[in-house]
Design a protein. Structure first.
Length: 365
């Protein structure tokens, strides 16, 4: 995306002939098309978290489809953002202000869209407009103006923190890993962490979600991008099968970890778990190892779709639920809701992609 959420524009572009179009320059010869393609899958994972597909069926498949595999989605966005932002920052590029402006532009736009929907609902149900205004301001600046948009204020926190402490990156990275492990004690390993007063105090805090988003998830995954920036150049001469093996091994370890903590009843949740971190690192190193330089058009579409799906899917879910309730007096089970949401948002993003309109493109920056 051109927005800092998943920005890879910091990557130097290869030299190209002058007869190539701007679109080709940006995407067809982009160094990491694989990242653009994978982000679409991660956006669909976010939809899965919010719709919990297959959970209406018996068995464990629904649990893993709705709560385990999709946990890679948002961390992927943080790590990609961290990789490209920190790379540019450490190369001496002055991108801080420009980055925040672009981030603010898309956040304000989508916040306004959701604000209008929420305002209509507040008026309809006679909710106090004063309380609504206070809540909206707090959400906009602190927790995220809508539930999927919490990514934005957390990303701002990460960008500011890293920029201020750019001369202490190794220390900051070490602290972030310790914070991530602390988050695991308040998540997948709460059965162990609950005996520690600091962990229990955090878990019982009314601000747990805010702490988790900023300190236990956002910052550690953002700084995973820094780890990849310093480690990957030392690994890039390895054979491709080494990266594939690492991806397979980390996937097995992650799934095994979830099975174990659930069977031992250690987990309060599985939002953060120890082996999610190396799994994400393995996924990104495979993307760096296999950049798919000839998949430019597919990457551009995936980039557009990922942005639009991530930003808009709660709006489509709301509209679909209202229409089905009013017209047919029914509500969709999780799996049809997931499939319908993905289908409609994909179709809408395809239309935006094909039209390539300057105003519509602002929705998917």
């Amino acid at each position: 995306m051109s927005t800092p959420i998943l920005n890879n524009e910091c990557v130097p572009k290869p030299e190209i002939a002058s007869n190539y179009s701007v679109a080709i320059r940006d995407y067809r010869l982009s160094k990491y098309n694989s990242i653009d393609i994978l982000r679409l899958l991660c956006a669909i994972m976010v939809v899965a978290i919010h719709t919990t597909p297959f959970t209406e069926f018996e068995g464990q498949a629904g649990y893993y489809a709705a709560y385990v595999f999709p946990r890679l989605g948002v961390p992927f966005f943080f790590a990609v953002s961290g990789y490209f932002y920190i790379r540019s920052l450490l190369q001496g590029k002055k991108i801080f202000v420009k980055y925040l402006k672009r981030l603010a532009a898309i956040y304000v736009l989508w916040s306004f869209i959701y604000f209008l929907v929420d305002f209509i609902q507040a008026v309809r149900y006679d909710y106090s407009l004063v309380q609504f205004a206070k809540g909206s301001l707090f959400d906009f600046f602190i927790t995220g103006s809508h539930y999927q948009l919490w990514f934005f204020p957390t990303l701002v926190f990460c960008v500011i923190t890293v920029t201020m402490l750019k001369n202490h990156m190794k220390l900051l990275c070490a602290i972030s890993i310790l914070l991530y492990l602390a988050g695991c004690l308040a998540g997948a390993y709460y059965g162990l962490g609950s005996s520690l007063p600091p962990v229990k105090a955090v878990y019982d805090s009314p601000h747990l979600e805010l702490i988790r988003r900023n300190l236990f998830m956002g910052l550690p995954f953002f700084l995973l991008g820094y780890l990849l920036y310093i480690i990957y150049p030392k690994l890039e001469k390895l054979k491709g099968k080494v990266f594939i093996f690492a991806l397979g091994a980390s996937s097995v370890l992650y799934i095994s970890e979830i099975v174990v903590v659930r069977n031992l009843k250690l987990n309060a949740n599985i939002i953060t778990s120890v082996f999610l971190y190396p799994l994400l690192a393995a996924v990104l190193t495979v993307c760096l190892r296999y950049p798919l330089p000839n998949s430019g058009r597919a990457a551009r579409f995936c980039k557009t779709s990922a942005n639009f799906i991530y930003y808009s899917h709660p709006l489509y879910m709301f509209i679909a639920a209202r229409l089905l309730s009013r017209l047919f007096n029914l509500s969709l089970p999780p799996t049809p809701e997931f499939l319908l949401t993905c289908s409609i948002t994909l179709l809408s993003s395809y239309i935006i992609f094909r039209l390539d309109n300057r105003y519509l493109n602002k929705l998917v920056q």
